[in-house]
Design a protein around this ligand. Structure first.
Ligand code: ADP
Ligand code: 5GP
Length: 218
């Protein structure tokens, strides 16, 4: 007979995973790997006023909007958080995130330190935040150049802003240095696995344990 009280079936609270890093440290690569390897995660697709890169798809990587359209969304309270980053506006749409939370699903947020601060204030207990660091500033620059999707001026702005972003590293629950991608990704997966097992994220444990204690054994 199947044991319907198996721990794996225990209902749990969703994990709101925030990933931040200076541009070029590898956060999008790690986020993509996580989404591909873990069907439990859904990406929060942000709204941005930044121009679309050649490799990006509307509605998949971002919702690309004009400044005017962005302001309408912001002023009608449809954004959970928003910030100006590298001269463009970025925001997390409210409805998908609130729905994921209500349904106990896990969601991944690729947002900057300003967005992470606002999310911590609004969502508190369900937020887990990871800051990704590059192994060196020279490697950060090299990665921005190798990505070859931004102009030289954009790369220079991002490099200058990297120091400001890095100064916020202490505000995060975890810090991962992305020197070797496989290792950094394994560390992120370990964080996710442990956070999913937290007692306070698994309210169904109460029922499971009380069933265990009620069970009569010969
Ligand atoms: P971010 O999202 O933080 O701006 P990306 O994920 O786009 O950064 O990564 C920037 C570039 O660095 C990409 O070309 C990516 O393939 C590369 N990259 C990511 N992680 C590593 C790593 N550990 N070693 C070498 N290159 C990496
Ligand atoms: P990029 O232009 O390289 O895609 O992103 C630039 C920066 O904006 C990154 O640090 C990224 O995490 C951040 N960002 C992307 N979406 C959001 C968002 O919805 N809110 C905030 N606050 N930052 C975001």
């Amino acid at each position: 007979m199947t044991d319907t009280r198996a721990p794996l079936a225990i209902r749990r609270r969703g994990l709101m995973l925030v990933l931040s890093s200076p541009s070029g440290a590898g956060k999008s690569t790690i986020a993509r790997n996580l989404l591909e390897s873990d069907a439990g995660f859904e990406l929060s697709v942000s709204v941005t006023t930044r121009p679309r890169r050649a490799s990006e798809i509307e509605g998949v990587h971002y919702h690309f909007r004009t400044r005017r359209e962005f302001e309408v969304l912001r002023d009608s309270d449809q954004l959970l958080e928003w910030a100006e980053v590298h001269g463009n506006f970025y925001a997390t749409p409210r409805a998908p995130a609130e729905q994921a939370m209500a349904e106990g699903r896990d969601m991944l947020f690729d947002i900057d330190w300003q967005g992470a601060q606002q999310m911590r204030e609004k969502i508190r207990g369900d937020i887990v935040s990871i800051f990704i660091l590059p192994p060196s500033m020279a490697e950060l620059k090299a990665r921005l150049q190798r990505r070859a999707e931004d102009s030289a001026a954009t790369i220079a702005t991002r490099l200058a802003n990297a120091r400001i972003e890095i100064e916020h590293w202490r505000e995060y629950d975890y810090v991962v240095v992305n020197r070797d991608l496989d290792r950094a990704f394994a560390e992120v997966k370990a964080i996710v696995a442990a956070e999913r097992l937290r007692r306070d994220r698994n309210p169904g444990l109460f029922e499971f344990v009380s069933g265990l204690l009620d069970e009569k054994v010969e």
